[in-house]
Design a protein around this ligand. Structure first.
Ligand SMILES: Cc1ncc(COP(=O)(O)O)c(C=O)c1O
Length: 409
């Protein structure tokens, strides 16, 4: 295998413990190479990757079009401050605007930054339209919006707040999919309602159509901005370019990141012309946001997503994976509900999810235990039926092995 690191897995892990700040509960796996749906560890072992960088590598690893675009742009112009215009950024913005209901784009480098931009824009818009005193943001319990102060305050899970209080003022949380609670929470002080159409880190919970439609109606009636966090569920993952399309609901603002750069870091906040007009020069900025290199990678990824029919593949293979997971649960009695859409699926398991994920990894399949009792499947959108068959066979073995170990234990 090419490009293998000169350090063994054990050496990399020991050095990480010595030199890197301990913020991740990492699995003992050192990845050194990826190609399509597969990755390799530092000891040369191959894995089928059903995590895909947590919904980042939607085109598979090192997609040739993205690699070529990065190589080419790197030799031409990598960075030139946003004091100036650059071609890839404009082309990417045009691509996004032409395929979504939004009119304008702000580029940044990550999901959390896209959320920050959306929160600031919503407050600015509300202040301009309604005057001071309209600053509240309503979000859902069990949501996840990122780790910067605004994004983590918006995240409706107290465990992400612990130790960092006081959180930002002006945030309210309502139970996800609870229309009455939303109606009650949105009032004269509400600047925005921020929701994930499909909750990701929360365990793969799609919004109900009634809830998202109510969110649209209530925000419109009360003059608040509706923001969708499509950072995980957007860009084809659920079988539509944006997950909001499943619901026939158009937000005023949408946040994207993860899959946008085909593996390269970039985020974007998309907004309607009316809301976007509240930002003036100096209101918001990002040194690296939409730099030529990231934008060229994202443009290549966007074109590949479309020309290679990957959104359609997410529908077709997503349906097949869902069916196979339902059957697996029924056949083993060790798994139950399958939640989600397209290739963003969660499987409720009756044995510890972390142990199942570890048993899968031993057998050459990477899956993620998103909760104690839920496995998350967000493979590349390029995945084939044969790869789904292989993954489900490994998962079956892993479930049975975990169940027999739990019995012995
Ligand atoms: C729905 C959602 N929003 C926001 C974020 C934060 O994105 P980032 O880690 O790029 O800041 C994530 C990351 O997992 C996410 O899933």
């Amino acid at each position: 295998m090419k490009n293998c690191t000169y350090l063994s897995s054990a050496e990399v892990i020991a050095q990480a413990e010595r030199y890197i700040i301990n913020t991740y509960a990492r699995l003992p796996l050192v990845l050194v190479k990826g190609e399509g749906t597969r990755v390799w560890d530092a000891d040369g072992k191959e894995y089928l990757d059903f995590v895909a960088g947590i919904a980042v590598n939607s085109l598979g690893h090192c997609h040739p079009r993205v690699v070529a675009a990065i190589r080419e742009q790197a030799g031409v112009l990598m960075h030139c401050s946003n004091l100036y215009y650059s071609t890839p950024q404009v082309e990417l913005a045009k691509w996004l605007v032409e395929r979504t209901p939004f009119d304008r784009v702000f580029f940044c480098n990550s999901g959390a930054e896209a959320i920050e931009a959306a929160l600031k824009l919503a407050r600015k818009y509300s202040k301009k339209r309604w005057g001071a005193g309209r600053f509240e943001v309503v979000t859902a319990e069990n949501s996840f919006h990122g780790r910067t102060y605004g994004a983590v305050t918006a995240t409706g899970q107290p465990r992400y707040h612990q130790g960092f209080e006081p959180m930002l003022p002006g945030f309210k949380y309502i139970p996800f999919n609870d229309r009455a609670a939303l109606q009650e929470a949105v009032g004269e002080k509400t600047a925005a309602v921020l929701l994930e159409p499909v909750q990701g880190e929360g365990g793969i919970y799609p919004a109900s159509p009634e809830f998202l439609r109510a969110a649209r109606a209530i925000t419109r009636e009360r003059g608040a901005v509706l923001i969708f966090d499509e950072i995980q569920c957007g860009l084809g993952r659920t079988g539509r370019l944006l997950a909001q399309e499943h619901y026939g609901v158009e937000a005023d603002v949408a946040c994207l990141a993860k899959a946008l750069g085909g593996g390269f870091p970039i985020g974007a906040m998309l907004a309607s012309a009316e809301v976007a007009a509240s930002f003036s020069p100096g209101d918001h900025a990002s040194t690296f946001g939409g730099n030529p290199l990231a934008a060229a990678a994202a443009l290549a990824a966007a074109v590949a997503l479309e020309e290679e029919g990957l959104v359609e593949n997410a529908v077709r293979i997503g349906r097949y994976l869902k069916e196979r997971l339902v059957n697996l649960g029924a056949a083993t009695g060790l798994a139950g509900e399958v939640r989600g859409m397209g290739l963003m699926l969660g499987l409720a398991v009756k044995v510890p999810a972390k142990a199942v994920a570890a048993a899968c990894q031993e057998r050459g399949l990477i899956v993620n235990a998103v909760k104690e009792d839920t496995l998350r499947f967000v493979p590349p959108l390029t995945i084939t039926r044969a790869e789904v068959d292989k993954a489900v066979a490994v998962l079956r073995e892993a479930l049975l092995a975990t169940a027999s170990q739990s019995k012995e234990g």
